[in-house]
Every structure is written in structure tokens, then in C-alpha cells.
Design a protein around this ligand. Structure first.
Ligand code: FEO
Length: 399
């Protein structure tokens, strides 16, 4: 049965939730699922903004039909061609043969790539900044490439000042009934997942995100309607502020994330001792993660949140313990920068992990090494307590 909500006069949320999907893009764990949002504007020209993932296709079609109540769709605006949003385009073309698809050159190239069924007759190309009057509502298209793919557009509804923001301002997690961000405790329920979504999915594209914020920032925005997660109708500046922070790679909080790899518990013991020393120094926000246990997407999210990192890992095959190596490769790919980092390495013979971690960090911008890297030979010794005490002091001083 259909499950829709009106978000503004004559504008309806016709998306849905997927709590079954194990991993987003088959990579990122989804303990709280994900929503796929789609919006239908009932005006002189009936206009749908994006579709959904195939997993909720049946519900979506029922949602759309229930609002259409026998009318046809005049326009489908494709803000994003990733399959979690574009999976129902062919079905809509078959059901609404006169429907025009509004997109840009790249949108149409991707439709041809993803679909064997020809939809060229439906295409109506738009230009950046072009407007479309659909009756009482006027829509303006902003090209916002690389947030998160190159074809991405945002659509701004001028009458009610709603920004349909594609992936931007989205979050992992279903929106069970309370589809507006102000209907629940966003910081408690969604913020960590919004950061994990941003940092892993869009994190690499800080510069395009900033360009987008500048571009759409001149418009007055009453509501942000993203393709995932809750809709913003109050305190829009809160989530825009988060995006400003994340897109500049600025730490969100003065906090220490200790991320370690440990084969037999000895490296783990060293970071536990360091954590106690940090707490004795009065450091309050200390988080600790085993790189072999915690999915990298959560680690990346914490790296975006925290001002200070402690990276600790053994040597492996004369290189870096591969959980840590994988994480550092991902940090580099996502352009992590502006962080203070302290290092602990372990090795029983020919230790190299500190050098390996330093080499990886050298590829990132504006990384400050805090304190003297601590070299452990198999296990932390009593006579190294002074070194670890000093490291804790240096970290505390740098916060
Ligand atoms: Fe939600 Fe880039 O797709």
C-alpha cells in the first residue's frame, strides 16, 4: 500500500525506506537502513523529481499513482543518475509515454549507458541556471558537478524556496514517519550517520561542495529536500554549517580518535596506556577503534570529526599492517587534511610501520605530527612510560 506525505502545498514525498539493504553501494554497512526520497509536484504540469532504488520500486510506483489519481506525469527531473535514484526511469517512460525527462548532456549519456531501452524521445536538455514554469511553481536548475557524480543537478523551487539537493545534505538511516529533521533529535539519531555518509560518499569532493554552497547560497532557502534522510524545513543553516565544516576538512570537534591495529594485543596495550595518560591529562573526548574490527567508513567519519588522531600499527611483511594501510589509502583518496596526528609503531624485528605511516601522511595536506613517534619492539616496556607520558602531554597541548 502507498505511503506518502505532503511536505508543502501540492508537493509530496513519494519515496520510501529500505531497512533490508546490508551495505550501501555494497560497501558501507547500513545498521539503520537508508531512505530513497523522491518528490512529486502536482501543478498544471505534473513534475516528479528523481525516482528511487529498485528495491522499493513497487512501493514507489504505488505512491506516485496514488498522488497522480489518474493524471499523467509531464516532467521527470533527473537530478542524479546513480542507480539508487534512477532505477524506475524506464518503467515511468513506459507508463507515461508523453513524459519529458529534464536533464543535462551527461544525464542523457548516463541514461543511454545504464538502459538498453531507448528513451531519447523523452529527453529535454536543460542549461545551468535555466528555469521551468510548471504552473504555480517555477523550477530553476543548478548544475552541481561532483556532488556526487559529474551530471548532478539541484533543482530550486522558487515559489516556496525549496532546494531539491540531490545527494547533498543526505544521511544514512531510514526516516520512519518523521520525515522532517525537526521531528526527531537529529544530533542523537542522525548526525553520526550524516557525517559517515558525507565523509565516505562525498568527502573527496570538498571543493565542488563549497562551489555548490556558494552557487545556491544566494537563494533564500526555506526547505532542503535531499535524496536520502530527513527533510530540512527548520534551522536549515545547521546542516549547511556542517557541510561548510566538512567540505573544508576542518575538524568538527577537539577530540582524539585512537585507531590501532594489533596482532596479539601488544599494540592495543600501548594505546590503552596512552588513553589512560590522556584522560589523566584531562582530555575528555577520546575514542578508540580497532582497525581490524571497525568498518573503515566509521573510521573515516571519526577522522572527519576529530582534531587529533593517534595511529598505531605493527609492521607486516616489512610494510604496514594492511588494515591500517587500507585506511590510510582511503584517507589519501578522500583528501583528508588539516589533522594533528601522533604515531605508534610496533615490530619484533626490522620495524617499518612508523616510516610507512609517515610516508602515507606525507601525501596528505597540512598534517602536523604531534609528539615523538613511539617505537615499540614487540611490547611496551616499563622504561618507555616516560615517552608515552610525554606523548600524552604533547597531544593534550595540541588540542
Ligand atoms: Fe544517493 Fe550518489 O547516490
Amino acid at each position: 500500500m502507498q505511503n506518502t506525505q505532503q511536505i508543502a502545498p501540492n508537493i509530496h514525498w513519494v519515496g520510501g525506506n529500505d531497512l533490508r539493504l546490508e551495505r550501501f553501494e555494497n560497501m558501507f554497512p547500513l545498521p539503520n537502513g537508508v531512505s530513497y526520497n523522491s518528490y512529486l509536484i502536482m501543478d498544471e504540469k505534473v513534475t516528479l523529481l528523481d525516482t528511487v532504488d529498485a528495491s522499493i520500486g513497487r512501493l514507489f510506483l504505488e505512491n506516485v499513482d496514488s498522488i497522480l489519481n489518474g493524471r499523467d506525469i509531464d516532467y521527470l527531473i533527473v537530478n542524479h543518475m546513480e542507480p539508487d535514484h534512477c532505477s524506475l526511469i524506464e518503467e515511468l517512460c513506459r507508463r507515461h509515454p508523453k513524459m519529458k525527462i529534464k536533464g543535462n548532456k551527461l544525464t542523457f549519456q548516463m541514461i543511454r549507458q545504464f538502459y538498453a531501452y531507448s528513451m531519447d524521445d523523452h529527453f529535454e536538455e536543460v542549461e545551468d541556471g535555466e528555469t521551468l514554469s510548471i504552473g504555480e511553481h517555477t523550477l530553476k536548475f543548478y548544475f552541481t558537478p561532483m556532488v556526487h557524480w559529474p551530471e548532478v543537478m539541484m533543482t530550486y523551487e522558487e515559489t516556496q524556496e525549496i532546494l531539491f539537493s540531490a545527494d547533498a545534505f543526505g544521511t544514512f538511516g531510514i526516516i520512519p514517519g518523521d520525515i522532517f529533521a525537526d521531528q526527531s533529535d537529529f544530533e542523537k539519531i542522525y548526525l553520526d550517520e550524516a557525517r559517515r555518509y558525507y565523509s565516505n560518499i562525498v568527502g573527496k569532493f570538498g571543493a565542488p561542495v563549497r562551489a555548490t554552497l556558494n552557487k545556491v547560497g544566494n537563494s533564500s532557502i526555506e526547505m532542503i529536500a535531499p535524496l536520502h534522510g530527513p527533510i530540512w524545513r527548520k534551522n536549515v543553516n545547521y546542516i549547511v554549517g556542517k557541510y561548510l565544516t566538512w567540505s573544508t576538512y576542518a575538524p568538527e570537534e577537539k577530540a582524539v580518535a585512537i585507531i590501532y591495529g594489533s596482532m596479539y594485543g601488544n599494540t592495543e596495550n600501548a594505546v590503552q596506556v596512552l588513553a589512560s595518560k590522556l584522560a589523566e591529562q584531562g582530555v575528555t573526548d577520546i575514542r578508540m577503534y580497532d582497525v581490524s574490527k571497525t568498518h573503515p567508513s566509521y573510521l573515516i567519519s571519526e577522522i572527519f570529526r576529530c582534531s587529533n588522531l593517534v595511529l598505531a600499527a605493527p609492521t607486516y611483511n616489512l610494510g604496514l599492517y594492511y588494515g591500517m594501510e587500507n585506511l590510510m589509502n582511503e584517507m589519501e583518496r578522500l583528501l583528508v587534511q588539516n589533522r594533528k596526528v601522533s604515531l605508534i609503531g610496533n615490530g619484533t624485528w626490522a620495524p617499518t610501520s612508523i616510516k610507512n605511516m609517515e610516508d602515507n601522511l606525507a601525501k596528505m595536506k597540512n598534517i602536523e605530527i604531534v609528539g615523538q613517534p613511539l617505537q615499540i619492539l614487540s611490547a611496551l616496556r616499563e622504561d618507555q612510560l616516560g615517552e608515552i607520558e610525554q606523548l600524552a602531554q604533547d597531544i593534550k597541548k595540541s588540542l
